[in-house]
Design a protein around this ligand. Structure first.
Ligand SMILES: Cc1ncc(COP(=O)(O)O)c(C=O)c1O
Length: 382
């Protein structure tokens, strides 16, 4: 089996999550809208998962809407809770995930005023540039990624939120990568809305959440009155139960996880430094504890990725959702990284099933690959 080092793409389920879901996969599970005992059991399981999500994020459980994942949650927010007839802008950034960027492109094409804030070279939204753009813009929505999926860089949300009128502007964050890796309290940060997927948090794939403490907006998926009339369709009961368990475990194990992942990441980066010319993107900024986005200047990212894959290591070249595309990462471009270096980018994202031994094996392999390059190239890189 390959060593899995791509936890920002998806993370294997926690064994206790699998155990919690099992009864809802093996036994008859009622439709949560049914009034009989099976239905009531399913409803009760969903409501206790909702309570766990609310406990993890410090929000009211009534604000939690279960969806099919972060992509749907971001779409629901942008298409369902924004006044598309208003001239007031939606403010977001150039370093968002495609599940924010693409709906924003769609809205812009429909005539909605969209402003994308710039990144600085550390991979953080540039607060000075943002101030000039946002302060008098009367934004109706400010949506900023909590921590970038490629670089792991944590964004200056509190400072950004101060730039808008909190009475009339919804502040949202796509927290899909931050969730379960760093503590996140919505009330403390003054966040009105947040999105994420369960599978980045050691829960199952295909289930996620939009939390929003605003009155119901337009539905993205119409049908029944599920999720308090905010998202139609029979709920994914087993998936939601798994998400609830994953949220509970993340709350209880947060500090232990953060400490462990940081140890692996730091050990990796120390060893990586010994490779002449290696670069870690966003290294000067506050980052997620598990993520290193790096480049070896003389190695095309996808070539290295395939060689590592053959040698039994599963990593990613940039964002997972872009892995079929050879364009340089839009995040690195926004940071001002030259395309020739950006095309060499590789992401390692550690998880709780990794060990220091994995770090040793990966770095030994990287050293070996680099030593195979012709000496003339290695000298040029140094
Ligand atoms: C920051 C971010 N937002 C949203 C998503 C979309 O999540 P999903 O593919 O589970 O819908 C991802 C997935 O990689 C992500 O990293």
């Amino acid at each position: 089996m390959a060593i899995y080092l791509d936890h920002n793409a998806t993370s294997p389920m926690h064994p206790e999550v699998v155990d919690a879901m099992m009864p809802y996969l093996q036994h008859p599970v009622g439709n949560p809208s049914s009034l009989h005992s099976y239905g009531r059991m399913a409803r009760s399981a969903i409501e206790s998962a909702r309570g766990e999500v609310a406990a993890l994020l410090g929000c009211d459980s009534a604000a939690v809407i279960f969806t099919s994942g972060g992509t749907e949650s971001n779409n629901l927010l942008l298409k369902g809770y924004v006044d598309h007839t208003s001239t007031r802008p939606i403010v977001s950034s150039e370093i968002e995930h495609s599940s924010v960027i693409e709906p924003l492109k769609q809205l812009r094409a429909e005539g909605v005023n969209v402003i994308l804030l710039k990144s600085n070279s550390d991979g953080q939204v540039d607060i000075d540039a943002a101030r000039a753009v946002v302060e008098n813009a009367q934004a109706q929505l400010l949506s900023i990624i909590y921590a970038n999926n490629e670089t792991g860089v944590i964004q200056p949300l509190a400072e950004l939120f101060e730039l808008v009128d909190r009475e009339s502007c919804i502040v949202h964050s796509d927290a899909t990568q931050a969730i379960g890796k760093i503590p996140l309290d919505m009330a403390q940060l003054g966040l009105d809305a947040i999105s994420f997927s369960a599978h980045k948090l050691r829960g199952p794939q295909g289930v996620g959440v939009l939390i929003i403490n605003r009155k119901p907006g337009h539905k993205l998926i119409s049908g029944g009155d599920q999720e308090n009339k905010r998202r139609g369709g029979t709920e994914n009961v087993a998936g939601i139960v798994g998400l609830g368990k994953a949220a509970q475990l993340a709350r209880l194990e947060m500090e232990q996880r953060r400490h462990y992942l940081e140890q692996l990441r730091d050990a990796f980066e120390t060893r990586l430094k010994a490779i002449t010319g290696s670069v870690v993107f966003g290294q000067q900024a506050l980052r997620l504890p598990n993520t290193t986005f790096f480049a070896l200047p003389y190695y095309h990212g996808e070539t290295l990725l395939m060689e590592l894959d053959r040698a039994g290591f599963a990593l990613s070249s940039g964002s997972a959702c872009h892995s079929a595309v050879t364009e340089p990462s839009h995040v690195l471009r926004a940071m001002g990284v030259d395309d020739s270096l950006a095309l060499n980018a590789i992401r390692v994202s550690f998880g709780m099933d990794n060990s220091l031994q994995d770090v040793e094996e990966l770095t030994a392999k990287l050293h070996q690959q680099v030593s195979k390059l012709p000496a003339v190239i290695r000298r040029a890189a140094g």
